[in-house]
Design a protein around this ligand. Structure first.
Ligand code: G3P
Ligand code: CA
Ligand code: CA
Length: 289
């Protein structure tokens, strides 16, 4: 049976989990091989269950140390310190650097070639407890949702292209005026209220839950990549958006890092400007379909 399993995995040649599902009628969640346009073979997790399935896990944003401000492990912002001379930080949102592995997606940052290679229409996002095993991701998620508007089609087909158009770069725009796309979400676990409660009490007054928003700026023109579950209405976006460029002026370097300023009012306190502990200690898994 193990040999059969291995043969099954290499039997299908596909560019995405969606293609696996449509071409070969694959319907089991798990790891499959995918092939890029340049023939890079890689293994990816497919969610074949949520809303009809066909979702490819392409990345995860994990916070390994909220006390480290743009230090080791802050791959979605800067691992090189808060530095005004590095406005894009590590540049991960719009480059082809890959790292991590699917089974470690809740234990470290993760990015596979699908992030830039797959042409997709929608995203699905899971906030899943750190170090949860792949088999238990669903049960260990505190929030799961997806989009249904095919918004990526107008953005070049994936987040790599979206962030080329909307650079995650300090001082490339101003709060509210230069927002990237805001897309309504459909909940697979949780709702607008439970989403709002994952962020601080003060933060809740600065967004509308029920959306996902890409590339925003804060009061000081720091850039943030994804506001998960919300559409910001105010400018202190550093407390509820993740990823970023390499410079966050307010209290520098206190707001610099993958989970930016989720700890402004203390680690995991869920008071004032701080996210909840469960949010702080969950990774954000990004899927395409
Ligand atoms: O983002 C909140 C910050 O700009 C102000 O924080 O501590 O003065 O309420 P604080
Ligand atoms: Ca990280
Ligand atoms: Ca602020």
């Amino acid at each position: 049976p193990d040999a059969e399993k291995l043969l099954d995995k290499v039997r299908y040649v596909a560019r995405s989990c969606k293609e696996l599902k449509e071409k070969y009628n694959v319907h089991e969640d798990g790891l499959y091989y995918l092939l890029t346009a340049n023939s890079i073979l890689y293994e990816a997790f497919c969610d074949m269950t949520t809303a009809g399935g066909g979702w490819t896990l392409v990345a995860s944003v994990h916070e390994n140390n909220l006390y480290g401000k743009c230090t080791l492990g802050d791959r979605w912002s800067s691992q090189q310190g808060d530095n005004i001379n590095l406005p894009e930080g590590d540049g991960t949102w719009s480059n082809k650097v890959i790292f991590g592995s699917p089974e470690a997606a809740t234990s470290d940052d993760y990015k596979n070639p699908g992030y830039y290679d797959i042409t997709a229409e929608d995203v699905s996002v899971w906030h899943t407890r750190n170090n949860a095993n792949m088999e238990d991701w669903t049960a260990n998620s505190i929030l799961r949702y997806h989009t249904e508007t095919s918004f990526l089609t107008l953005q070049g087909g994936n987040l790599y292209h979206l962030f080329k158009r909307y650079p995650v770069r300090f001082n490339a725009g101003v709060c509210n005026e230069d927002k990237g796309p805001t897309v309504p979400i459909v909940y697979d676990y949780g709702n607008a209220q439970t989403t709002a409660e994952l962020y601080g009490l003060n933060s809740r007054a600065l967004f509308t839950a029920g959306f996902i928003t890409f590339r925003v700026f804060n009061t000081e023109k720091a850039a943030l990549a994804i506001c998960s579950g919300v559409s910001p209405t105010g400018c202190h976006t550093e407390h509820f958006c993740v990823g970023g460029g390499g410079h966050f002026p307010e209290g520098a370097p206190r707001q610099c890092g993958d989970f930016a300023s989720f700890d402004w009012s203390g680690y995991g306190t869920n008071q004032a400007w701080s996210a909840s502990r469960e949010m702080t200690e969950s990774a954000m898994l990004l899927f395409y379909r």
